[in-house]
Design a protein around this ligand. Structure first.
Ligand code: ACO
Length: 358
């Protein structure tokens, strides 16, 4: 028995390799360094789904098809009938659930486009603003930012979002990907698999961590106050969001890919300096307090800074994560279905047995 399935191998995959000792991430034979900052969302989706989805449009045609999918979703699903009292990720999940379930290139395109349309729409509806219709001629990253603000983003902003989406596209058998594979293994359909992924992703121990990173930075306020705040948080028994990982025993390589994107974007230097001071203080304190457990910076710490700089609110960071990770969920769902086996592990019963009749 393994608590939390730690170290259990549950799939062979051609999609990604996470080397936790070396701090290395490979996706479909390419290192993260070669992909992040050099690849668009569309190119990454084509790479990850290559060979899995018959008739999925390729290269420039994929960008066109995704633009059309965004338009169709906006016209058929986005509506102010979705309760704005839900959190942004709950709104995105609710709208995604309205896509008819199934398999094939048509469903894949809609699911890849869904968080790009639903995230900006959810954020605007919550503020009482009208959602902005997609511009199918734009790349998915540029159009997502345009639908968020109503204004065309700079090429640097679109490139920064592409870097983020590519960086988080896939990551081995993480909790949300595993959830998506379990559902795919029942043949429930790709929409159901992606809904399982979104639901697992939103938890604060997984893709829900970067929102609280912003709360932490705001509460600390100034570099000089970092140590005292972090010590008090750990004294209360809190976890420091953006630190620690099930697999990595060194720094998460995605943290530096995103820090590079923040620098290239020319984001607020004071905010970055605060984050770096908090990171250094947190790593020092975690080393002192948990000498037997290597706790390093994970992807979520700099995710928070990058998405904040791009104009997303902390409560929507998980939706943007879903926009990147849907590519991985869909590739894994196809790989699971092709493998053919239902995922159904065993449990060991440790409760009482029925009393024997006297
Ligand atoms: N802050 C303080 N202590 C921590 C942290 C943290 N961020 N992470 C782990 N620890 C401690 C635990 O309290 C535990 O200590 P103990 O042995 O004295 O009880 C020890 O380190 C091991 O923790 P586990 O929970 O067993 O480690 P696990 O591999 O299950 O946890 C996880 C991984 C959930 C990511 C954890 O590090 C965590 O909660 N981090 C904060 C949330 C976060 O940033 N999540 C995003 C992860 S990246 C992603 O999912 C995309």
């Amino acid at each position: 028995m393994s608590d939390g399935l730690e170290d259990v191998v549950a799939a062979h995959t051609v999609l990604s390799e996470v080397d936790g000792a070396a701090g290395r991430l490979v996706m479909r034979g390419h290192s993260l360094d070669a992909l992040a900052g050099h690849t668009s969302f569309e190119e990454m989706a084509a790479l990850m789904l290559d060979g899995f989805v018959p008739n999925l449009p390729r290269q420039k045609q994929l960008q066109v098809a995704l633009g059309e999918a965004r338009k169709e979703l906006f016209e058929t699903i986005v509506s102010d009938a979705v309760p704005a009292a839900l959190s942004p990720v709950e709104m995105v999940r609710a709208m995604t659930a309205l896509i008819p379930d199934g398999e094939g290139a048509g469903v894949v395109l809609k699911l890849l486009a869904a968080p790009a349309v639903f995230t900006p729409a959810a954020l605007r509806l919550r503020r009482g603003l009208a959602p902005v219709a997609p511009d199918p001629s734009l790349s998915q990253a540029a159009d997502t930012l345009r639908m968020l603000t109503g204004a065309a983003p700079t090429p640097q902003q679109a490139a920064a979002l592409d870097t983020y989406l590519v960086t988080v596209a896939d990551h081995g058998l993480n909790a949300s990907t595993f959830a998506a594979r379990v559902v795919a293994s029942t043949r429930a359909g790709l929409v159901s698999a992606v809904l399982a992924g979104i639901s697992a992703l939103k938890g604060p121990l997984h893709g829900g961590a970067p929102g609280p990173v912003i709360e932490m930075l705001d509460a600390i306020g100034a570099p000089a106050d970092a140590r005292a705040w972090l010590e008090a948080a750990l004294d209360r028994g809190d976890r420091l969001m953006g630190f620690g990982h099930r697999i990595y025993r060194v720094r998460d390589p995605r943290a530096d890919a995103l820090k590079g994107a923040i620098r290239r974007l020319g984001a607020d230097a004071g905010r970055l300096a605060l984050a770096e001071a908090v990171e250094q203080a947190a790593l020092a304190i975690l080393r002192e307090r948990k000498p037997n457990r290597t706790l390093e910076t994970n992807v979520e710490f700099y995710t928070a800074l990058l998405l904040e700089a791009l104009g997303f609110t902390p409560d929507s960071f998980t939706c943007v994560f879903a926009l990147g990770r849907t590519t991985g969920w869909l590739a894994h769902a196809h790989e699971q279905i092709a493998g053919g086996k239902l995922i159904r592990p065993q449990s060991v019963y440790v409760g009482p047995q029925p009393r024997q009749a006297a």
